[in-house]
Design a protein around this ligand. Structure first.
Ligand SMILES: Cc1cc2nc3c(=O)[nH]c(=O)nc-3n(C[C@H](O)[C@H](O)[C@H](O)COP(=O)(O)OP(=O)(O)OC[C@H]3O[C@@H](n4cnc5c(N)ncnc54)[C@H](O)[C@@H]3O)c2cc1C
Length: 397
């Protein structure tokens, strides 16, 4: 048994980038079919990013996805960069008149999946055996087995590869260049049932390594410790982990973390990646499929949504006219922001983390850099602007 569907846009990967593009196409009168190898429940329960810039939450509203972030999210006017136990608050509001939202990726996904369902969107979760067909033709498509075990073929005028950091769609762009960097450290992430220790994120750079203290809800917290990628912190006791977190934030102000049972542990390797071009013929890449960043600058999810913001209106025009030329400036506009975000993520990462082989000179130079950034308004403003999202005149969005 096999079934064939014809649509205007085929979307491979129904994460935030894919579903946002699907929703934006629907709002512009264009049909799409999105497929994902994971089930909806699996994606809903995969904890990832937590911070959305103001432009990203505005998209949820403007594209009629949901306003739930207003009741279930938290607006943060700043963040704390704690260096060797000394707190340095960066006020986004005062420095650049902006704020960010703590609204987890799981909620963004739930809102997008609900909106697609509400609006009659064709999203097929839990598929397998995905095989891309004729990517370089006028009739690209995909063959897969659906969740019920039926072989399906979908043919479309255009394809979006939004299939994440292990993208198979990258191969549809011939002659592409891949830029890649791996870092000699990772983050060990925990989810804990504990009260909030602070009402904004804390980026802590200590002589024992970096720690990020972030939140999810008043009773669930998300935190990360810098570690060696080969460290097995899965075997650490809860007391050992909390002691290490506390040691990395400890300072003369007596700041103490609120602790509780840890219910999830994950290791997150650090990588930077960009594939260019992001578009060829009838195929476009979006989100992690085209670029990944280390999470230190909270850019990954924001970049995925900003790709959607650039791509979807162009794709709608291209689909209505059946003309790939309408996609011509997607790459040029999107990639500028991608490299800005790559630079910011790299800079935050290398400034806040200690390298495993860091010698005393390297450490003092890095602390000098932190002092230069945090000790001057121009440095704090530079950081605040990048973290909260560049203004339109800077990134062309
Ligand atoms: C553990 C972790 C923590 C993170 N923390 C942060 C953070 O704090 N801040 C931040 O900004 N970013 C963070 N990120 C990055 C952020 O989550 C990503 O940038 C974001 O998910 C990108 O969205 P996307 O839609 O492009 O890709 P994804 O969310 O990865 O979605 C891609 C989808 O494609 C599907 N897929 C894959 N292969 C196929 C295939 N062959 N066929 C069909 N479907 C396929 C996948 O199942 C997935 O659902 C984190 C990432 C990880 C892994």
């Amino acid at each position: 048994m096999s079934e064939t569907t014809r649509t205007q846009v085929l979307i491979i990967g129904a994460g935030p980038a894919g579903l946002m593009i699907s929703q934006m196409l629907h709002n512009r009168g264009v049909e799409s079919v999105a497929i994902d190898i994971r089930t909806r429940e699996e994606i809903e329960n995969t904890h990832r990013a937590g911070i959305l810039e103001a432009k990203a939450v505005r998209m949820l509203e403007d594209e009629n996805v949901s306003q739930r972030f207003r009741t279930d999210g938290y607006e943060h006017d700043g963040t704390d960069i704690r260096v060797r136990g000394i707190s340095n608050r960066i006020s986004f509001k005062d420095l650049v008149g902006a704020s960010v939202w703590l609204y987890p990726q799981t909620d963004v996904f739930i809102d997008l999946a609900n909106a697609r369902e509400r609006d009659g969107g064709d999203v097929r979760f839990g598929v397998s055996d995905v095989e891309l067909l004729d990517g370089d033709s006028d009739n690209p498509g995909v063959r897969f087995t659906d969740a019920a075990g039926t072989t399906q073929e979908v043919r479309a005028d255009f394809v979006v590869g939004s299939d994440g950091s292990r993208s198979i769609c990258r191969a549809l762009i011939p002659g592409a260049t891949q830029y890649f960097r791996e870092y000699p450290f990772a983050w060990f992430g925990i989810m804990a049932e504990a009260p909030m220790s602070y009402d904004e994120l804390i980026y802590a750079s200590s002589d024992r390594g970096f720690a990020l203290i972030s939140q999810r809800t008043p009773t669930v917290q998300r935190m990360y410790l810098q570690c060696n990628p080969s460290d097995d912190m899965h075997n650490w006791s809860e007391d050992q982990l909390w002691d290490e977190f506390q040691a990395r934030v400890a300072g003369p102000d007596g700041f103490e973390l609120k602790t509780g049972p840890i219910f999830e542990r994950t290791l997150l390797p650090f990588r930077s990646f960009v594939q260019q071009p992001m578009q060829h013929g009838r195929v476009s890449l979006a989100g992690d499929a085209a670029h990944t960043v280390p999470p230190t600058g909270a850019r990954g999810l924001n970049l995925a949504l900003s790709d959607a913001r650039v791509l979807a209106p162009r794709l709608a025009e291209a689909a209505k006219a059946n003309d790939p030329a309408k996609l011509a400036d997607y790459e040029e506009i999107a990639v500028k922001r991608v490299w800005r975000a790559q630079n910011f993520s790299y800079w935050m990462t290398t400034m806040l983390h200690s390298l495993p082989d860091e010698n005393p000179f390297d450490r003092m130079r890095r602390l000098g850099e932190l002092e230069m950034v945090l000790g001057h308004e121009s440095g704090r403003r530079h950081l605040a602007e990048a973290y909260a999202g560049w203004p339109n005149e800077v990134d062309g969005l």
